[in-house]
Design a protein around this ligand. Structure first.
Ligand code: IMP
Ligand code: MG
Length: 180
């Protein structure tokens, strides 16, 4: 994409080590439980697929797709489910798998929504967290790493549907040379 530059934030090795740590924590905490991972499409698909392979306990998987009005780099407050979960979660331990926490509104909406089905618990595992951008109270129970207020792409995370395929994580900055 012209006018932008990708700066590497996390290498494949660094991502793998974060994922391994999270998988170990989750495996310990949910041992003997009925764990359902609910992955938020599309951004968290790669994170989910790496994480689940590192778990040492069985887990079921389901997906939600959320639409948030507004385009580009900003999330609006209005969120809607365009693809709901399909497996029953009543009495189960649900762990939401998310790529990035930004304002916190997406997770607040989804957590409230899933809680209506009376799961035993609903917790959050997020790869990245932009804490400085928070608009509502929201903390990940399992967090990969904090990031500054920068725009992130790669490892499933997109900028207008581009860059999801990249195996590393980058932050986007304006390219001064091509911006004149
Ligand atoms: P929130 O509802 O404001 O917390 O927004 C979270 C969602 O915004 C994430 O699921 C991402 O899809 C998207 N998002 C937030 N920051 C970034 C970013 O830096 N790059 C790509 N998507 C982002
Ligand atoms: Mg997302």
């Amino acid at each position: 994409m012209e006018g932008y530059r990708l700066n590497r934030f996390l290498s494949q090795k660094e991502i793998a080590s974060i994922v391994r740590r999270l998988a170990d924590q989750i495996s310990n905490d949910y041992s003997g439980r009925e764990l359902v991972l609910v992955c938020i499409l599309k951004g968290a698909f790669m994170f989910l697929s790496d994480l689940i392979r590192r778990l040492k306990i069985p887990a079921k998987v389901d997906f939600v797709r959320l639409a948030s009005y507004g385009a580009g780099m900003e999330t609006s407050g209005i969120i809607e489910i365009t693809k709901d979960i399909e497996i029953p979660i009543e009495g189960k331990d649900v762990l939401i798998i998310e790529d990035i926490i930004d304002s916190g509104r997406t997770l607040q909406f989804l957590k409230d929504r899933l809680s209506l089905a009376n799961p035993r618990s609903v917790k959050i595992c997020a790869l990245l967290d932009k804490k400085a951008r928070r608009e509502v109270e929201m903390e990940a129970d399992y967090l990969g790493i904090e990031v500054d207020n920068v725009f992130i792409v790669g490892y499933g995370i997109d900028f207008d549907e581009n860059y999801r395929h990249l195996p590393e994580i980058y932050y986007v900055t304006p390219n001064e040379q091509s911006s004149s």
